[in-house]
Ligand binder design. Structure first.
Ligand code: TYM
Length: 342
């Protein structure tokens, strides 16, 4: 087989395990929307198969969570005409290719996954096999489309490394040089790791028990402003320069959020706001966040009030996704030597 370079193709996914927060927005969805101006037909997925690896929210909740993430994508500017937007379980190729990749990935590789260790906790014996195999399914998500570029936050870097290893090992082991591209993570911009508002050493997360630790996309203006006002900081004013924030993770996080919203670098934010007390900086940040998030919660509610329309958008997206993924699976089966149904 001759190696042909793969054309650029963007893929990314979000788990429907509860609503989205500012970290998901600044680190992922906002950038997904921006990529639509650069890339033809980026593929954005609600990864519902992944969402049952660590428990089941219940039948009704599962569907609601999936529609909520779809609504968030749409409210944040994902245009289902320009992008392919769908939920993973509608395209069986993900699970089919995921199995093959489970046979390519090595136990030693999976054992190194820090997210498995974090999510499984102390009692890893009780974790599901799916949680363990999760990154092999993630590799299938990407490679089913021969995707070459994957915008994600910093916490997905290790999973992306594994996807790369799987692509390389499949191509080697099955004697198919260059068949799967080796996908590149796009972990760019200032907001690749937004931290908790209550603890600057922990990333902002859906699973944090404190709602004050995160800004949800569904929060109204007063709630956003309150959460920023109450964000943990130290008593000192902002330093004059960015270097002065090296050991002040909470302060640095707020400056980072300001930079992400204003389209500046953190150093530029410091030129304007360096030396200010938090009593001045926090209200400036709150005003900016409220202005930039204006309309997202309302738009989400609007989309969610019409679940049939969301389902229609997802089905249409799934048809387009399947059209791309099915030939890749067919070729993969041929490469492996599986006899097709006659
Ligand atoms: P998930 O659903 O946890 O998160 C969705 C996206 O949000 C980013 N993110 C953050 N970025 C900055 N700061 C934060 N505090 C923060 N928290 C989350 C994540 O990096 C991610 O980009 N395994 C993936 C879903 C997935 C996927 C894929 C992604 C499944 N298959 C294929 C890309 C390609 C996950 O659990 O993301």
């Amino acid at each position: 087989m001759t190696e042909v370079p793969h054309p650029r193709r963007v893929f990314s996914g979000i788990q429907p395990t509860g609503g989205l927060h500012l970290g998901n927005y600044l680190g992922a969805v906002k950038r997904f929307a921006e990529l639509q101006a650069i890339d033809a037909e980026p593929i954005y997925c609600v990864v519902d198969l992944h969402a049952i690896t660590a428990g089941w929210a219940g039948r009704t909740q599962m569907a609601e969570d999936t529609r909520e993430i779809a609504a968030a994508y749409l409210a944040c500017g994902i245009d289902p005409e320009r992008s392919i937007l769908f939920n993973q379980s509608q395209v069986p190729v993900h699970a089919q290719l995921g199995w093959i990749f489970s046979c390519v990935a090595r136990l030693g590789w999976m054992n190194r996954m820090t997210q498995f260790k974090d999510k499984a906790g102390k009692n890893a014996e009780k974790a599901s096999l799916g949680l363990y195999a999760y990154p092999a399914l993630q590799a299938a998500d990407i490679l089913a489309y021969h995707a070459t570029h994957v915008p994600v936050g910093e916490d997905q870097r290790q999973h992306l490394e594994l996807s790369r290893d799987i692509a390389i090992k499949f191509n080697n082991d099955f004697d198919a040089p260059g068949f799967f591209p080796v996908p590149e993570p796009i972990i760019e911009g200032v907001a690749t790791r937004i931290m908790s508002l209550r603890d600057g050493s922990k990333k902002m997360s859906k699973s944090d028990p404190s709602d004050m630790s995160r800004i949800n996309l569904t929060d109204d203006a007063d709630t956003i402003a309150k959460k920023i006002r109450k964000a943990k900081t130290d008593p000192e004013p902002l330093s004059e320069t960015l270097d002065g924030l090296a050991d002040r993770p909470e302060a640095l996080n707020l400056v980072t959020i300001y930079a992400a919203f204003s389209g500046q670098t953190p150093a530029q934010v410091m030129v304007e706001h360096g030396g200010q007390p938090f009593s001045a900086f926090k209200p400036a940040l709150a005003d900016l966040a409220v202005a930039k998030m204006d309309g997202i919660a309302d738009a989400m509610r609007r989309y969610q009030s019409d679940p049939a329309e969301i389902d229609r958008i997802l089905s249409k997206g799934a048809d387009r996704a399947a059209e791309l993924a099915e030939p890749v699976l067919k070729q993969t089966y041929e490469i492996v030597g599986f006899i097709p149904r006659g």
